[in-house]
Design a protein around this ligand. Sequence first.
Ligand code: UDP
Ligand code: MG
Length: 321
Amino acid sequence: MPKRISLVVPFYNESEGVDAFYQAIHPVLDALPGYSFEIVCIDDGSRDDTLERLIAYKDIDPRLIVLELSRNFGKESAMTAGLHMAMGDAAIVLDADLQDPPELIARMLALWESSGADMVLAKRADRSSDGWLKRMSALGFYKLHNRLAKVPLPENVGDCRLMARPVLEALKTLPERTRFMKGLFAWVGFKTVTLEYTRPVRAGGTSKFSGWKLWNLALDGISSFSTVPLRMWTYLGALGALSTACYALFVVVRTLVHGVDVPGYASLLVAILFFGSVQLISVGVLGEYIGRIHEESKQRPVYLLRAVHRQDAGDAPTSEA
Ligand code: UDP
Ligand code: MG
């Protein structure tokens, strides 16, 4: 029996890219006859004709399974949906814009077989295809995250990776709604090997991740995997109290020795404003975590499926999540 491999590919408004993706992927799969492939394409609530184009390819290629989400849930949820649906002995996550080149599939499979590992990471050899700001912010994020979180994220590794069945089953046991997938992938552990690749620029269309979306993803990452931002206020507060006590002693002694000295308006105002701001920041950090507790406590599903389009079973409507 050939091993079954599931490709998991999230699509969001990738109308321009569907043809390019299929044309690039199918010769690569045809050249790997030792495996049987399924291509799980997730339409993440696209507002263009991405879904129609995917369904058209599904009609000519039985390897395609198209998951239609009920709206745009974001890449993390779309990947979760795809990984839940993947039936293979291993799954490979790829971006739809060909930034994870299909040639990686053969390299990942070869390394998986030869190393006996459960996870094969695709690491960017360099980030020259990203702008300066994105490179710097990514560098800063990985450094900060890895200082704060117990389980470090491998640097310059995106979502593109191969995961064997035990890893897929482990991921299914993680119930959280805030799905920072890079963190969850790292958290489950397992034997991991890495290969390097050069990430090309987007094949067509534009990036779906604005600076604001990336900032929020970074906050999700840090708050899901570290409580240091919560705890640091205890230490900061203790440090502030200690220095205030020293200063108070100094002021009292000075007053006793030199008598009452009224000036001090500037220092008072600075102290009040400074500590007021510090308190607001700490309340904001608390709010971040409380917001997440609120999200989790609602227990809403991570995604909703409107339909699953596949050749053999027809287009089965489903509301399963
Ligand atoms: N994507 C998605 N849902 C979203 C945003 C993005 O499924 O809400 C998909 C997108 O179609 C692509 C992948 O996630 O296949 C990566 O997105 P993009 O290329 O825009 O990110 P970048 O490479 O710029 O980080
Ligand atoms: Mg991209």
